[in-house]
Write a protein that binds this ligand. Structure first.
Ligand code: GYE
Length: 307
C-alpha cells in the first residue's frame, strides 16, 4: 500500500508549503532587518523557506529564480534589485505555473499578470515626505538652499521614486537647488566616499544633504565630521528608513530627520503565500503604512522601534 494512502487527508494536506525567496543582498541595516523578518515569519508560519542572497546583482537573482522554478517550489518571492529586465524569467515562472510575489521593490513591466501581488512601501511618497519636511524647516530661509543628494542603487525602484517625490515637492520654490546628485549604492562605505567628493567640490556651499537611506547618511556624517563640520548643524541631513542606527544618530544630534520605511514584510508575505495557495484572492498592491521621525522625538520613540 502506498504510504500516502495511509495518511489521513488533513495530514496529507499539511505538507509544508515551500517558498523560494531571492533577496537583494545585505547592503544596509534595513536589508538585514528585512531578511530577519522574512526568515522568522516563515518559521512561525511553518513555511519551508529557500533563501538566496544575490549580493546586489540582478544576474544572481535571475539564477536563483530559475533554480526555484527547477525545484518546483510552491511560490517564488523576490525583492528586485533594479526595476527593469525581469520579463523573460517571470514568463518562465508563469509557464511553470508558479505564482510570484514582489516584495519591497517594484518591477517595470506592462504585463501585470507576471506577478500576483506587490507588497511594500510607496517610495514616491517617502520622497515627498522628505521634501515637505525640508520646505517647512527652511520656510524662513532667504537665498539659495544648496542640496546634495546621495541616491540609492542605480535603476532601483526606491532610488528612482525617492528622487522623484522629493523633487516634486521642492520644485515649488526655486530657492531649493540640487547642486550634486550621485549614487552611494545604499551603503555606508559608498555614502562616505561620495560625500567626501561632494565636500571637496562644494565645501561650505552645501546646506542640505538628502540621502535615500540611513546607511548612506551615517557614512556621510563621518565624512562631514572628518571635514571639520558639524552634521545636522552646518549641514541639515535628511534620510529614509528610520532604522536604529538613524535613531542613534538623531539622539546624538547628528541627523535631523528620518522618514520611515518598514522592512518588516515577513508576516504579510507569509499570509499572502498561504492565501495564494488556498486559492484566495489577494490585492494586487499592498502598501506599507509609515511615518516620519524628526530628531526632537527620537529619544522618546527609540524604545518602540523594532528594527
Ligand atoms: O531603503 C535601503 C535598502 O528597498 C526599501 O533598500 C529598500 C531599500 C532601503 O538598501 O536601505
Amino acid at each position: 500500500v502506498p504510504v500516502a494512502a495511509l495518511l489521513p487527508g488533513a495530514a496529507w494536506a499539511q505538507k509544508p508549503l515551500v517558498l523560494g525567496f531571492s533577496q537583494v543582498g545585505a547592503e544596509s541595516e534595513w536589508r538585514t532587518a528585512n531578511t530577519e523578518s522574512i526568515k522568522s515569519a516563515a518559521k512561525e508560519a511553518g513555511i519551508e523557506l529557500k533563501f538566496s542572497d544575490a549580493q546586489q546583482k540582478q544576474e544572481n537573482q535571475i539564477k536563483a529564480i530559475r533554480s526555484f522554478i527547477a525545484q518546483k517550489v510552491d511560490v517564488i518571492a523576490f525583492s528586485p534589485v533594479v526595476e527593469s529586465g525581469w520579463e523573460p524569467v517571470l514568463r518562465e515562472a508563469k509557464a511553470a505555473k508558479i505564482p510570484v510575489v514582489l516584495t519591497d521593490r517594484a518591477v517595470n513591466t506592462k504585463d501585470t499578470s507576471l506577478y500576483v501581488t506587490f507588497m511594500g512601501s510607496d517610495f514616491v511618497e517617502e520622497g515627498r515626505k522628505a521634501g515637505r519636511w525640508l520646505v517647512e524647516k527652511m520656510k524662513d530661509t532667504k537665498g539659495e538652499v544648496n542640496i546634495v543628494e546621495l541616491q540609492g542603487t542605480v535603476g532601483s525602484a526606491p532610488a528612482i521614486d525617492r528622487k522623484k517625490g522629493f523633487e516634486e515637492v521642492i520644485k515649488a520654490d526655486p530657492k531649493f537647488k540640487i547642486i550634486r546628485s550621485q549614487t552611494g549604492d545604499f551603503t555606508r562605505a559608498k555614502g562616505k566616499e561620495v560625500m567626501e567628493a561632494f565636500l571637496k567640490a562644494e565645501g561650505k556651499k552645501i546646506n542640505v544633504l538628502y540621502a535615500h537611506n540611513d546607511d548612506m547618511a551615517i557614512g556621510a556624517i563621518q565624512a562631514i565630521e572628518e571635514a571639520g563640520m558639524k552634521p545636522a548643524k552646518d549641514i541639515v541631513i535628511i534620510s529614509i528608513d528610520a532604522v536604529k542606527g538613524a535613531f542613534e544618530a538623531m539622539i546624538a544630534g547628528k541627523l535631523n530627520v528620518s522618514v520611515e520605511c518598514s522592512p518588516l514584510l515577513g508576516p504579510q508575505l507569509m499570509s499572502a503565500v498561504k492565501d495564494i495557495k488556498a486559492g484566495k484572492a489577494v490585492p494586487k498592491r499592498i502598501v506599507t503604512e509609515e511615518g516620519i521621525f524628526p530628531m526632537e522625538v527620537a529619544a522618546k520613540e527609540f524604545p518602540n522601534r523594532k528594527y
